[in-house]
Design a protein around this ligand. Structure first.
Ligand SMILES: *[C@@H]1O[C@H](CO)[C@@H](O)[C@H](O)[C@H]1NC(C)=O
Ligand SMILES: *[C@@H]1O[C@H](CO)[C@@H](O)[C@H](O)[C@H]1NC(C)=O
Length: 298
C-alpha cells in the first residue's frame, strides 16, 4: 500500500511495446467493431496463447472485425525481467497484440494499467465501436457478444454502454491484510459508486472516451473496476447488468451436474474462471454446429 500511495499520482510511464497501427489509424479505427482488451501479466504466456486460438482470435464475425490487445506491465528484475520482456517482444513481433508499459504489473497497479490503455486508445484507436475489457482467465463467447452488440438500437458505439456483472453498494475493505484493502485516506466514502466486475465487461467507444476524460481529474484507487464506477458517476452515467456475464462463476454445485456441459454455456457472454484445456474444449463444443441442447438451460 505504501508503494501504491507513493506512485498514486504518477500516470506517465514509457511504453516498452506499442502498436500504433493496431486499428489501422485514427479514421480507419471505426472499422474495429469489437476491441478485446485483455489484462495479462508478463509471465502468463500460456494464457495468451490459448486465447489467441479460441475466443480472442482476430477475425471477422458476422461481418464485423474483432481485434485483440493484451495490456501488460513488467515483472521481476535483472535477468528475469529481461527474459520476460524478450518473450513479450517476440509475441508482439509475431501476433501484434502486446501493449506494454514500464511499471510493475501488480494488482494495485491495475487501475494505472487501465488508464494508460484508455490514453493509448484515445491516441491510436479512438473510433473503435465497442470494447471487451477483462482478465486473461475468462471464457468469452465473442460470437454471442457480436450478435448482442449488433442487436442494440445504437450499434455504432456512439452512445453510452457499460454492461457486465454489476455491483451496487460495495463497501471498500478497510482490512490492511486484504487484497482489496483501500485505506480511508485513499478513498474516504464508505461505499463505491455502482460498477461492473473487472473480470469482464463491455463498453462503447463513447463510454471509453468519457471514462478517460473523467479519469484525468479522479485520483487513482487500487481497485480498477471500482475506479471505473467513480468515473461513470462523475459523468452522470451508470453501469448496467447483463445476465449473460458470470464473472462470479456459475451458480451451481459440481456434484449434481456436469459443470462443463456446453449447453450450460451456449447462451452466455462471459464466465470466470476458465483456463487451458477447459477453455479449448468449451470454445469448440459451444461453436460446434452439431451441438444439440434440450431443455431450458438458463
Ligand atoms: C506500481 O508501479 C510502480 C512503477 O513501476 C512501482 O514502483 C510500484 O511499486 C507499483 N505499485 C505497487 C503497489 O505494486
Ligand atoms: C473527451 O475529451 C476530448 C478532448 O477534450 C474530446 O475531444 C472528447 O469529445 C471527449 N469525449 C467525450 C465522450 O466527451
Amino acid at each position: 500500500m505504501k508503494d501504491f500511495i507513493y506512485y498514486q499520482h504518477c500516470r506517465h510511464f514509457p511504453m516498452l511495446l506499442d502498436l500504433p497501427d493496431k486499428c489501422g489509424g485514427i479514421d480507419r479505427s471505426s472499422d474495429v467493431f469489437l476491441l478485446l482488451v485483455v489484462k495479462s501479466a508478463p509471465e502468463n504466456y500460456d494464457r495468451r496463447e490459448i486465447l489467441r486460438r479460441t475466443w480472442a482470435e482476430e477475425r471477422q464475425q458476422n461481418g464485423e472485425w474483432i481485434r485483440r490487445v493484451f495490456i501488460v506491465g513488467t515483472r521481476g528484475s535483472g535477468f528475469e525481467r529481461e527474459r520476460l520482456n524478450m518473450v513479450l517482444d517476440l509475441e508482439r513481433g509475431h501476433y501484434k497484440d502486446i501493449l506494454q508499459w514500464d511499471f510493475v504489473d501488480t494488482f494495485q497497479n491495475l487501475t494505472l494499467k487501465q488508464v494508460l490503455f484508455f490514453e493509448w486508445m484515445e491516441r491510436n484507436c479512438p473510433k473503435a465501436r465497442f470494447l471487451f475489457n477483462g482478465d486473461d482467465d475468462v471464457y468469452v463467447n465473442t460470437n454471442n457478444v457480436v450478435k448482442y452488440l449488433q442487436s442494440l438500437e445504437d450499434n455504432d458505439g456512439s452512445k453510452h454502454l457499460f454492461v457486465g456483472a454489476h455491483i451496487v453498494g460495495m463497501a471498500p475493505s478497510r482490512d490492511s491484510w486484504s487484497k482489496y484493502f483501500v485505506p480511508f485516506h485513499v478513498y474516504k466514502q464508505n461505499v463505491f459508486s455502482p460498477y461492473c466486475s473487472g473480470g469482464g465487461f463491455f463498453l462503447s467507444g463513447y463510454t471509453a472516451s468519457v471514462i478517460y476524460n473523467m479519469s484525468k481529474s479522479i485520483t487513482l484507487i487500487p481497485i480498477d473496476d471500482a475506479y471505473f464506477g467513480l468515473c461513470l458517476a462523475k459523468a452522470g452515467l451508470s453501469p448496467s447488468l447483463h445476465t449473460g456475464v458470470k464473472t462470479f462463476g456459475m451458480p451451481f454445485s459440481s456434484d449434481r451436474i456436469n459443470t462443463y456441459d456446453p449447453c450450460l454455456y451456449k447462451e452466455l457472454l462471459v464466465v470466470h474462471r476458465f483456463l487451458s484445456e477447459k477453455l479449448y474444449y468449451m470454445w469448440h463444443k459451444v461453436n460446434d454446429p452439431n451441438l444439440e441442447c434440450f431443455g431450458n438451460f438458463k
